[in-house]
Write a protein that binds this ligand. Sequence first.
Ligand SMILES: NC(=O)c1ccc[n+]([C@@H]2O[C@H](COP(=O)([O-])OP(=O)(O)OC[C@H]3O[C@@H](n4cnc5c(N)ncnc54)[C@H](OP(=O)(O)O)[C@@H]3O)[C@@H](O)[C@H]2O)c1
Length: 345
Amino acid sequence: MQDLTIAVVGATGAVGAEFLRIVETRYPNLPKLKLLASSRSAGKTIKVGGQDFVVEEATVNSFDGVDVAFISASSAVSHELAPAAVAAGAVVIDDGSAFRMEDSVPLVVPEVNGADVEWHEGIISIPNCSTTPLVMAAHPLHQVNPIKRMVADTYQSVSGAGGGAMANLREQSEKLLDADSLTSKSGEGQIAYNVVPQIDRFLDSGYTFEEQKMKQESQKILHAPEIQISATCVRVPVYISHSASVHIEFTRPMMVEEATELLKAMPGITVLDNPADYPMPWDVAGEDDVFIGRIRQDMSHPSGLVLWIVSDNLRKGAALNSLQIAEELVSRGRLKPKNISGVTS
Ligand SMILES: NC(=O)c1ccc[n+]([C@@H]2O[C@H](COP(=O)([O-])OP(=O)(O)OC[C@H]3O[C@@H](n4cnc5c(N)ncnc54)[C@H](OP(=O)(O)O)[C@@H]3O)[C@@H](O)[C@H]2O)c1
């Protein structure tokens, strides 16, 4: 990775900042970095691994000499810049929903479907931050006992909505602690001391787009369109890490002990099997793994299991997964620095 030239579009955002923190700890010899954001941030300086980098405005001309471009901004930005980056010879790893469901774009969680990077045509997408932990948990179980149905109810942190939403929670909490508005009705956008059963826009089905993403993206990553999935995605006043209560129905009964062993053997998962030692977002923030606890038989179904899943949405849910995709490409000889071999994918 250290020989690559990496462009980071959205370097000033919540995901971008986490991405740079991971880069400086994961690669002691820093790759060449090009930090890009909107014109608002052009000229700002960001320190990575002790070195100062000046942020540039991202334009279609930003990708000359770039081997891999990580885009973590918005769908509009991805639609505009990803084709330009590909045309310049870079592989694009895109964090947003712009291309995830396109047939020509692999949607990848390396521990689950790393081989899918092989058929990319320039762009690889990463899943939504609530989809990734779900498929990490489902994959090892589905391999031995096909899953028929999953019901996932999420408790998603505000950082999933970006740096602005984190600042909003802080400001609202401070105001409420001043106590002058404790009796007021919750206004639109009230997240402090509240939970909001809507993430993203509503669809005609009555589900939200976030809930539809969990269904469609999980089916694509697991190569299992037959699995029935229903989600309710809820925003909670937590800064970092998404949690989910997941009910899984298998083809045959799955004992807790077998599920625990399968999950423990899955790279990137930490199982906390003492029922009282369950994972919580506060503790999981800053961790790379997906944490699973409260594994139990579903008393409402003979072939059902219930899991409690928590993961850092900015790391495995976004930045870390993106970097692992690049590492997967490198390990398969599908991403090489232009300045050495002239080959990028
Ligand atoms: N947060 C998560 O947990 C998570 C997980 C998975 C995927 N994602 C996806 O990652 C993306 C970014 O999320 P975030 O949480 O980091 O959002 P954020 O904190 O709001 O940051 C947005 C970033 O995009 C940049 N940007 C905005 N307009 C731009 C433009 N015209 N050209 C270039 N850069 C521009 C911003 O730059 P300025 O600072 O200059 O405005 C900033 O760096 C979204 O697509 C989101 O869906 C997020």
